[in-house]
Design a protein. Structure first.
Length: 532
């Protein structure tokens, strides 16, 4: 039996999905919550939120993501970073998933990835869990109801958490699998209830497809000045570096918090919602995001709550430090209705430096920007991936290696060309540690980070006096209003200057060693900018 609105010319049976129980098409939020509650998938929270836990998987499983190795993508996929799967293995996986799906109910959401219709893709999400349908309905863009009558999917994603893959039979790494098949326009997800895999699978698709059309896909948040979309800023960074928090500036218009494209016309959001970390979230520091945790339909993921009052505990990370909430973009009062912006005037690269070496803000030349973009230095924050329990220094190229199907220099060259063409100013911002490394120092004060970003975005920081950093060669402001001068010089924040120098030398060597892999693919000026 079919429930809901859908293109009358589409049937799940046309994809080989036969013998399932009920098929629910494009249910809206109240109906999805009703279905999820009736199936005991979670708990109704304050304000009509939906409270869920995701079992043993409370973060992404990047090592379980595979790309089918076919002739059409053989020479364009970055195979060193993307585990391959044979077409035969994928076909066996698909056949076994279809057999497993028989007799079970499924929820279909017809959605769009990309606010710019010139570059958007239609995505059909088929999910075993009703709340996954609610989640992805928030995170992707929702067509008008009447447009569903003519909806044709460019790609289909099937998510079946109760199915376990067989590595020997399917050619994957474990019982958990995320398999992308560009020839069949199909993504299969199994063995994990973590909802983030749904949205990141679509991001990976766009990351592969858009460069061929001259569009740079970016793992970044974005905002623009009120009344002036031309004054756009983008914020690169891995989870936990502050993309969502810092872009949700009440004095600017939010374009989006995680995934964007940069075309010849400007910046556009891929998504229709936000997926914000909630650990230590407070109404004082982040009132808009905090307010979403009591708004109807918001998905509250892996948070401890009082079973009687449903009051959330924002400090209790016993389930995971990667606790999150997912909500539609319009829940943020200053969000852009169009999700479109101009060409970035400022590019912010957010890094969480667990070594305590990097300054809170630095100005980069175009060559240095490409160097730091390709390096993608940060620290993985506890919980964002399986097995991460404390900050772990890492290099994640393009500030999003798990989502990059093509080689890094493809994206790096696109960034450099667009910076050159549009004259963007690039800043490296450290939201990590100061006064010592992790375990000794303290996190960079968010008040100082906000003050520095405000100065960068309003243009006043460009007028400051700068010094050249002796370790990395970029420019560091000497004095900024509202920020202690001491904070701008990391060496002075350490109690032992010699210890700082040793730590800095260690980090420089890590950068140099990591960057060797890109030397055959870059120009001399980027090589020269690498260190000092």
């Amino acid at each position: 039996m079919v429930h809901g609105r859908v293109n009358p010319n589409f049937r799940l049976e046309d994809m080989g999905i036969e013998g399932i129980g009920q098929a629910y098409y494009n249910l809206i939020e109240p109906d999805l919550i009703e279905q999820a509650l009736s199936r005991d998938e979670g708990t109704l929270g304050r304000g009509g939120t939906f409270l869920v836990t995701t079992g043993k998987f409370t973060g992404r499983s990047p090592k379980d993501k595979h790309v089918v190795k076919s002739e059409s993508v053989l020479d364009t996929i970055w195979w060193e970073n993307n585990a391959e799967m044979t077409p035969e293995g994928f076909d066996a996986l698909y056949a076994d998933m279809l057999a497993h799906m028989k007799g079970r109910d499924y929820f279909v959401q017809d959605l769009v990835g990309g606010a710019d219709p010139s570059y958007a893709i239609n995505v059909r999400m088929v999910t075993e869990l009703a709340w996954h349908g609610l989640f992805i309905r928030h995170l992707l863009r929702r067509p008008d109801r009447e447009d569903l009558d003519d909806f044709v999917a460019d790609f289909t994603v099937i998510n079946c958490p109760s199915f376990t893959a067989d590595p020997a039979k399917h050619g994957c790494r474990s019982e958990t699998v995320i398999a992308l098949n560009f020839d069949k326009k199909l993504v299969l997800i199994a063995g994990t209830e973590y909802a983030g895999e749904n949205k990141k699978s679509v991001f990976s698709l766009l990351n592969y497809m858009l460069p061929e059309r001259g569009v740079m896909p970016m793992h970044c948040s974005a905002n623009h000045a009120k009344g002036n979309p031309v004054d756009t800023a983008i914020f690169f960074g891995l989870s936990g570096t502050g993309k969502t928090t810092l872009s949700a500036d009440p004095d600017r218009v939010l374009i989006g918090d995680d995934e964007h494209g940069w075309s010849d016309r400007g910046t556009f959001n891929f998504e229709g919602g936000c997926y914000a970390k909630t650990i230590n979230l407070s109404p004082e520091a982040e009132p808009e995001i905090f307010a979403t945790t009591e708004k109807f339909g918001t998905v509250i993921e892996n948070m401890v709550f009082d079973p009687q009052t449903k009051e959330l505990d924002f400090e209790d990370d016993s389930l995971t430090a990667n606790m999150r909430c997912a909500y539609p973009l319009h829940y943020i009062s200053n969000a852009s209705a169009s999700a479109l912006g101009g060409h970035p005037k400022n590019i912010i690269m957010l890094t969480c430096d667990a070594f305590g070496v990097l300054p809170p803000i630095s100005r980069l030349s175009p060559a240095q920007a490409m160097y730091h973009f390709l390096s993608g230095f940060t620290s993985k924050v506890a919980g964002t991936e399986r097995g991460i329990t404390e900050p772990e220094p890492t290099f994640s190229t393009c500030f999003g290696a798990p989502f990059m199907p093509r080689r890094p220099e493809v994206y790096g060259n696109m960034l450099r060309e667009k910076i050159s063409q549009h004259g963007a100013t690039c800043w490296l911002v450290n939201t990590g540690w100061t006064g010592g490394a992790y375990g000794t120092g303290s996190r960079m004060p968010i008040k100082a980070t906000r003050a520095l970003l405000t100065a960068a975005l309003d243009g006043s920081l460009a007028q400051a006096d700068f010094r050249k950093d002796p370790n990395f060669g970029f420019e560091v402001p000497v004095s900024v209003s509202g920020v202690p001068d001491l904070l701008l010089d990391p060496r002075r924040t350490w109690g032992d200057a010699d210890a700082y120098d040793a730590q800095a030398a260690k980090l420089v060597e890590m950068f140099s060693s990591n960057f060797e892999q890109y030397l055959p693919f870059i120009d001399e000026d980027v090589r020269a900018a690498a260190i000092g």
